[in-house]
Design a protein around this ligand. Structure first.
Ligand SMILES: *[C@@H]1O[C@H](CO)[C@@H](O)[C@H](O)[C@H]1NC(C)=O
Ligand SMILES: *[C@@H]1O[C@H](CO)[C@@H](O)[C@H](O)[C@H]1NC(C)=O
Ligand SMILES: *[C@@H]1O[C@H](CO)[C@@H](O)[C@H](O)[C@H]1NC(C)=O
Ligand SMILES: *[C@@H]1O[C@H](CO)[C@@H](O)[C@H](O)[C@H]1NC(C)=O
Ligand SMILES: *[C@@H]1O[C@H](CO)[C@@H](O)[C@H](O)[C@H]1NC(C)=O
Length: 366
C-alpha cells in the first residue's frame, strides 16, 4: 500500500504478453507465477486480483511491515482472501522487524533530520486512532487491532509451515525463471531470501516494485522502514528489476470510477467502493499491472540505482540514481517506469474487481 511516500517492489517477472490481448495468458508462453509481498490492508486486495485476472498464477501472499506491522498485515491478507473465496491462496508471514531499523531509531533520526509527512508503521502509537479502525503503528508489533478489519476478521490464519522468505526461495527453485517477486511494502523478506540463498535472485523471473515517491525521487516509506533491506534487494542479481517509480501521470481513483466498479456488485467491488482511499494514486496496483503487462509502461528508462544506508545521512533510506558512467561499484541497472497507459491500467483494475477469480478458477492450487 502506498501513501505519500511508499514503495512497492515488483520483484518478479514482467511477462511479455505477445498477443497483446487483455487478461488472457498467452498459451504459448511459459507459465508465469508470482509471490506477492505487501503490507496488506482492508482495500489492499486489488494487486492480487489484477495479477490473477491477467493470468498470473499467484503462488502465495507474503506480509511485511511498512504502513503497519507485519502480523496485522498478514491477517488482512487472510481476511481479504476470505472475502472473495480465495482462501486456497496461502499467506506466509514475513519478518515483523526490519533488519536494523526500529520505531525509536527512526524517530531519533527524525528529531535530527525532520519529521516525515507519512511515517508508516513507525508513526507514534495512537490508541484513539486505532480504536477508530486504523491499523497499529509503533508500540507492541504483535498486537492486533480488530477494529481495523472492515473486511471482516479472518477465520483462518497465515500458514505456519514456513516463513515468507523461505517460501520465496523454495518456489524459485521449483519454477526457475518463472516466478515474479512482487513487493509493494518494505523489502525485508526479499532481502532475507537474497541473503539466505545466493541463487534466489537469479532464479526468480524478476522483481517488481512500485516506488511511490511523491513529487520527487527522494523519500518512500517502504524504503525507509528498512533501508538496508532495500539496498540488498535492489542490488541483487534478479534478471530484471522494475520499479514503478515516480510515475509522472500517477493514476488516481475517482468517486466516479468507484461507482462504476460497483455497478457489478460482489464482495470486492463493494469493499473497494466503500474503503479504497480516493486521495492516493493506484501505486501498488500500477506495480501489479506492470508485472502482468510490461507494455503498460509508455515511458521508462534504465538507471543505476542505490539506496543510502548511512544512518547519519539526511538521505538515509532514499534512492540515488546514477548514470552508468558515474555509478559506484556494486549497484545495477533497474528499469524505472515514468509513465503508464492510464486507460489500460484502469481497465485492468476495473475488470479484476468486477469479475474476480475465485478458487474454482485456480486449478494450479488444487
Ligand atoms: C463464496 O462461496 C460461498 C459458498 O460456496 C458462496 O455462497 C458465495 O457466493 C461465494 N462468494 C463469491 C464471492 O464467490
Ligand atoms: C490520535 O488520534 C486522534 C484521532 O485521530 C487524533 O485526534 C489525535 O490528534 C492523535 N494524537 C496524536 C498525538 O497525534
Ligand atoms: C499451525 O497451524 C495449524 C493449522 O492452523 C495449527 O493447528 C497449529 O497449532 C499451528 N502451529 C503453531 C505452532 O502455531
Ligand atoms: C526488463 O523488463 C523491461 C520492462 O518489461 C523490459 O523492457 C526489458 O526488456 C526487460 N529486460 C530483460 C533483460 O528481460
Ligand atoms: C519521459 O519521462 C521523463 C521524466 O519524467 C521526461 O523527462 C520525458 O520527457 C518523458 N518522455 C516522453 C517521451 O514523454
Amino acid at each position: 500500500m502506498y501513501w505519500p511516500v511508499s514503495l512497492s517492489l515488483i520483484c518478479g517477472s514482467l511477462l511479455p504478453l505477445a498477443t497483446g490481448s487483455l487478461a488472457q495468458p498467452d498459451e504459448q508462453s511459459e507459465t508465469h507465477y508470482a509471490i506477492m509481498d505487501n503490507d496488506w490492508y482492508t482495500a489492499g486486495f486489488v494487486p492480487y486480483l489484477v495479477a490473477l485476472d491477467g493470468g498470473v498464477k499467484v503462488l502465495g501472499l507474503a506480509s511485511d511491515t511498512a504502513n503497519s506491522w507485519q502480523p496485522q498485515a498478514a491477517l488482512h491478507a487472510v481476511a481479504t482472501l476470505e472475502a472473495g473465496n480465495l482462501s486456497c491462496i496461502p499467506v506466509y508471514s514475513g519478518a515483523t522487524w526490519p533488519l536494523i531499523n526500529t520505531p525509536l531509531r527512526f524517530q531519533a533520526w527524525e528529531t535530527i533530520h525532520g519529521k516525515l509527512a507519512w511515517e508508516g508503521a513507525f508513526a507514534p502509537e495512537n490508541q484513539t486512532y486505532e480504536a477508530q479502525g486504523n491499523d497499529p503503528t509503533s508500540g507492541d508489533p504483535n498486537r492486533i487491532v480488530k477494529a481495523a478489519f472492515k473486511e471482516g476478521f479472518p477465520k483462518g490464519r497465515p500458514r505456519n509451515s514456513t516463513s515468507a522468505a523461505n517460501f520465496m526461495v523454495e518456489m524459485v527453485h521449483k519454477y526457475p525463471g518463472q516466478v515474479s517477486i512482487y513487493s509493494a511494502g518494505s523489502l525485508t523478506n526479499v532481502a532475507l531470501a537474497v541473503r539466505m540463498d545466493p541463487q534466489f535472485a537469479s532464479l526468480a523471473k524478476d522483481l517488481a516494485t512500485g516506488s511511490i515517491l511523491l513529487a520527487d525521487l527522494q523519500s518512500d516509506i517502504n524504503l525507509m522502514i528498512d533501508p538496508e533491506a532495500s539496498k540488498i534487494a535492489l542490488t541483487a542479481d534478479f534478471p530484471n528489476i522494475t520499479i514503478a517509480g515516480n510515475v509522472a501521470n500517477q493514476v488516481f481513483p475517482s468517486q466516479e470510477f468507484a461507482d462504476e466498479v460497483l455497478s457489478v456488485p460482489n464482495p470486492y467491488s463493494k469493499l473497494f467502493h466503500d474503503y479504497y482511499d480516493l486521495s492516493f494514486p493506484f501505486w501498488d496496483e500500477t506495480a501489479a499491472a506492470l508485472m502482468v503487462e510490461p507494455s503498460l509502461a509508455i515511458n521508462q528508462t534504465s538507471v543505476f540505482l542505490d539506496v543510502d544506508t548511512s544512518y547519519g545521512s539526511p538521505n538515509y533510506g532514499n534512492i540515488h540514481v546514477y548514470q552508468k558512467a558515474l555509478a559506484p561499484d556494486g549497484i545495477r541497472e533497474v528499469n524505472f517506469v515514468f509513465q503508464v497507459d492510464e486507460d489500460r491500467l484502469k481497465q485492468r483494475i476495473k475488470h479484476s474487481l468486477q469479475y474476480p477469480k475465485t478458487c474454482a478458477d485456480l486449478d494450479y492450487l488444487h
